[in-house]
Design a protein around this ligand. Structure first.
Ligand code: GCU
Length: 341
């Protein structure tokens, strides 16, 4: 379904080099600002980036032209982060999970059951005291985070086995994102972690290379996983944000005025994406249930939470700089406890 990636990337890479060499294209003197992401053009992330593109083109259209490349056209998220690091492209959206391998501080938002509720998650992610030490931590690696995007709650789903407790994961090969924290989480829960890029998941499910995966509801519909997986279990193990990152040299080269406009644009991405997200998830649930025949399961979360608990301790003791951030998140958890409590 999505296996055009490698070729797409080669063609795009060739295209990017030609553009770079000729310095032209239809936009003549304009500097092309390239943004890559791995979602479809229906997805809230794409809609938000299109709004960003329109905004920048309106405000700074004499100097810049923003182009958005969806659907892994520029490669997997890991590829796109590398392209952003080197400045081959200017921005991309990457899951926080992927960023952990580029900057250790990102580990914190990959912790299972870190946030007590969606409200606690949103409030923490909107607080610069929480995000600044993480977002600014990769400048030496060539990029910085400019805003976060909602990617909902991650839950397990399988081809044909309902997951009611961690015991049900035993012996199942479950795709996880390529992040050490996710692999450790899967080990603690008793399943067999199979890390791979997002674009490979559909075919792997279809060909029984894996028994299931874990993601938000949009993966069922927008990525077709619900055509193959018939059980979706709300264990709610993670709220992993997506992050819009930008090449540091590009950002630093902007004039003060331009930078202010881009910053307005990042805020716009965040606002539009979050508004669209709420609608998109509702529509995805309905479609998965009514059109794809996916059964939603609501297991007791307590055994999942308990199994994952040691991960908090090990991540914090491995990176003490995260402790004050973790404590700040606990304040939001107290303020916005889970509705189920
Ligand atoms: C979500 C998330 C993506 C991520 C994907 C995955 O769709 O928004 O950024 O790539 O999950 O599981 O890889």
């Amino acid at each position: 379904m999505r296996n055009k990636t490698k070729w797409g990337m080669l063609f795009c890479a060739a295209g990017l080099s030609v553009l770079a060499l000729t310095g032209c294209g239809s936009a003549e003197q304009k500097q092309i600002v390239r943004i890559g992401h791995n979602q479809s053009t229906n997805h809230p992330t794409h809609i938000a980036l299109e709004a960003f593109s329109e905004f920048i083109n309106e405000e700074l259209g004499d100097t810049y032209e923003v182009q958005v490349y969806p659907s892994e056209l520029l490669g997997s998220q890991t590829d796109m982060v590398q392209l952003t690091q080197t400045g081959a492209i200017d921005f991309c959206v990457a899951s926080n999970a992927i960023l952990e391998t580029f900057g250790k501080n990102y580990e914190i938002f990959n912790l299972p059951y870190l946030f007590a509720s969606a409200d606690a998650y949103h409030a923490a992610m909107d607080d610069p005291e929480v995000t600044d030490p993480i977002f600014g931590s990769t400048e030496k690696a060539g990029f910085t985070a400019v805003t976060w995007l909602d990617a909902g709650t991650r839950n397990f789903y399988t081809v044909d086995k309902p997951i009611n407790s961690p015991a049900d994961l035993k012996g199942l090969k479950i795709r996880v994102q390529q992040s050490p924290t996710n692999i450790r989480m899967m080990d603690l829960l008793g399943g067999s972690a199979t890390p791979m890029g997002f674009g490979e998941v559909y075919t792997s499910l279809q060909s029984n290379i894996i028994d299931g995966a874990e993601n938000n509801e949009m993966a069922l519909t927008d990525n077709g996983h619900g055509d193959v997986c018939k059980y979706y279990s709300y264990d709610m193990h993670q709220m992993v944000p997506d992050i819009l990152i930008g090449n540091i040299a590009f950002i630093e080269d902007l004039t003060e005025e331009e930078r202010a406009v881009f910053e307005e644009g990042y805020k716009l991405v965040n606002t539009v994406q979050r508004e669209e997200w709420v609608k998109a998830v509702e529509a995805a649930k309905e479609k998965a249930q009514n059109e794809q025949g996916v059964t939603f399961i609501y297991p007791d979360q307590a055994p999942f939470v308990e199994a994952c608990a040691p991960l908090h301790e090990s991540v914090l003791s491995g990176n003490e700089a995260l402790v004050p951030i973790y404590d700040k998140i606990q304040e939001y958890n107290e303020k916005y406890p889970s509705v189920a409590e």
